[in-house]
Design a protein around this ligand. Structure first.
Ligand SMILES: *Cc1c(COP(=O)(O)O)cnc(C)c1O
Length: 330
């Protein structure tokens, strides 16, 4: 298990101050009515790069810049690359971003627009990863991973602090789950402050690497498949050092969703909450709509244990043409 402490999370928040603003936690009338308990949405969709990944990247880069590092590189399916590019620009250092050819064009363009050097390599997250390691060896870049890094996890964990401060009696947190940086960070902070909080991870059924790894008892590879939740794609790394052990220790339940359900989550966010969310961010709403958060119904039946649910909406970076298609088809 990682040696992350709550003090690390508070220090991360100090580094974020003035760079990454706290995000709103808003009540959802429609989800509250359907669930029978108060439901709140944590809006990481309003981050300047469109996702929570700005927190982890900013925390990591602020420390690296302090240590004198001038060039950073990552392999990313989009949102981490965008966050790294933005944070590097803000801190006055250089960023290179390696991506596989499967990454959607809107995400590639967005990273390039932030001034990062784009390196397209291979057809999987693993290929992009290998290219990034080559830049580390040959060109002197410092590697910043998208999730399996204590500084990145501490940055994402500031979401957990904000949630528990805004809503001290939060009973259940529903968090999108891919490599597990978001989940481990939020779960670590939340359970450190409130040990009895229930932590639910949600992934797409198509290529859920953390779920497969938890089932196998060790990190395992999965086939990368196309999914509406493209930000949840990719493996957790066979040499995973932090997020697998942390997720395993902190998770209470994993929910897997099919593509139709993820689409319903996107549509609900748009029609009922007036929010544009990407597929990866819609999974928490979708899990609630599908009645997949089983213990909530049990809680609602015995009102003394019922407590508020917080759904983390992790990002807004969906291709707008795709978003329009999903809204018109559903
Ligand atoms: C990266 C990402 C996730 C998953 O985060 P992990 O730390 O890899 O589990 C969820 N939603 C969005 C929008 C993301 O960009």
């Amino acid at each position: 298990m990682s040696s992350l402490t709550l003090a690390d999370v508070y220090r991360a928040r100090q580094r974020l101050a003035g760079r990454v603003a706290p995000t709103p936690l808003v009540a959802s009338a429609s989800l509250t009515e359907r669930s029978g308990v108060p439901v709140y949405l944590k809006l990481e969709t309003v981050q300047p790069t469109g996702s929570f990944k700005l927190r982890g990247a900013t925390n990591a880069l602020a420390q690296l810049a302090q240590e004198g590092v001038r060039r950073v590189v990552t392999a990313s399916t989009g949102n981490h690359g965008r966050a790294l590019a933005y944070a590097a620009h803000a801190l006055g250092i250089e960023a290179a971003v390696c991506m596989s050819a499967l990454v959607p064009q809107n995400k590639v363009r967005a990273v390039a627009a932030l001034g990062a050097r784009i390196v397209i390599a291979g057809h999987s997250q693993d290929d992009a990863q290998i290219e990034a390691q080559r830049l580390v060896r040959k060109e002197g870049y410092a590697f910043v991973p998208p999730f399996d890094d204590a500084r990145v996890i501490a940055g994402q964990a500031t979401i957990g602090l904000e949630i528990l401060e805004a809503l001290p009696d939060a009973a259940t947190l529903i968090v999108p789950l891919s490599g597990g940086g978001l989940f481990s960070g939020v779960a670590f902070a939340a359970k450190a402050i409130r040990p009895d909080v229930t932590m639910i991870g949600v992934s797409m059924a198509r290529g859920a690497a953390m779920h497969a790894s938890l089932a196998a008892g060790k990190p395992v590879p999965v086939d990368e498949l196309e999914t509406l939740a493209d930000s949840l794609g990719g493996g957790i790394g066979l040499d995973n050092r932090h997020t697998f052990a942390m997720t395993r220790a902190l998770i209470d339940d994993v929910v897997l969703l099919d593509e139709a359900s993820i689409a319903r989550g996107i549509v609900h966010a748009y029609r009922e909450e007036r929010l544009v969310v990407e597929g990866a961010a819609a999974v928490g709403i979708a899990a609630l709509l599908d009645g997949r958060i089983g213990h909530i119904e049990r809680q609602a039946d015995s009102s003394d244990t019922a407590g508020p649910i917080v759904v983390v909406l992790s990002g807004a970076n969906i291709d707008m043409a795709q978003h329009l298609r999903i809204i018109s088809d559903n």
